[in-house]
Design a binder for this molecule. Structure first.
Ligand code: CA
Ligand code: CA
Length: 232
């Protein structure tokens, strides 16, 4: 009885140890490399189609964005230590057409690609602000093949018409499908802009995740149990 409770206690301590493993930074984008003279469509006027992570490994693709993009002032909110505010990824509704106007960016998206090999409990965070006529609704989807996406219904809208930067968090911890995957793609779709200049800025986008327990840790735990068993 005493031995059993000791084993239980050791297992419980180990389990707590696993759960409290700290998240690590997978990839971050400070968007400070952007240099866009005037808002332009993707692939023209200095707007790239893809932006490599400024820390870690990953890529933000703008290929699905149907509005224009600029590089308005950024923020240090949520920045990796040492990163300056400088530029932000500024997603703009773009020229409206027709009456009433239809804005091409509404319903278009950016994607964020990275690997979670050896990782679980993905969380995306970023600093964001908008304009009063900017995007006020959003949706998040995820994929492990870049083709078939699943809506993450639990994600609250992170689009904002507030003109003050604040940190947005999208917690994918419950989505085990994107754990330990070679290629994870998150898709961020914006809608609801009502003028051509309506926008949302994104800065200091971070993807964090928790390392899976290593085989060394598991062997260590088995060793503890082995010692307890030998005491019988
Ligand atoms: Ca920045
Ligand atoms: Ca600019």
């Amino acid at each position: 009885m005493k031995i059993k409770s000791s084993i239980f206690a050791a297992s419980a301590v180990f389990a707590i140890g696993l759960q409290s493993a700290e998240a690590v930074l997978v990839a971050a984008w400070n968007f400070n490399s952007l240099s866009i003279a005037n808002a332009s469509t993707v692939g023209s006027g200095g707007v790239p189609t893809s932006i490599a992570a400024s820390t870690g490994t990953g890529a933000v693709s703008l290929a699905g964005w149907a509005g224009t993009v600029d590089d308005f002032n950024g923020s240090t909110l949520n920045a990796v230590i040492g990163d300056l505010a400088e530029e932000s990824l500024s997603l703009i509704a773009g020229p409206g057409t027709g009456t009433p106007a239809i804005f091409p960016a509404n319903g278009s998206f950016i994607t964020i690609n990275f690997s979670t090999v050896g990782l679980h409990a993905v969380v995306a965070t970023f600093a964001t602000r908008g304009s009063s006529s900017g995007f006020n609704a959003s949706s998040w989807d995820y994929s492990t093949d870049g083709t078939t996406f699943t809506n993450f219904a639990a994600a609250l809208t992170t689009a904002t018409t507030s003109t003050t930067f604040a940190i947005a968090t999208v917690d994918f911890t419950s989505i085990t499908a994107i754990n330990n995957a070679t290629s994870v793609t998150l898709r961020y779709t914006l809608s609801g802009a009502t003028t051509s200049a309506g926008n949302n800025r994104i800065d200091n986008l971070q993807i964090n995740a928790i390392p899976e327990p290593s085989s060394a840790m598991l062997l260590g735990a088995m060793g503890i149990l082995g010692v307890l068993r030998r005491r019988r």
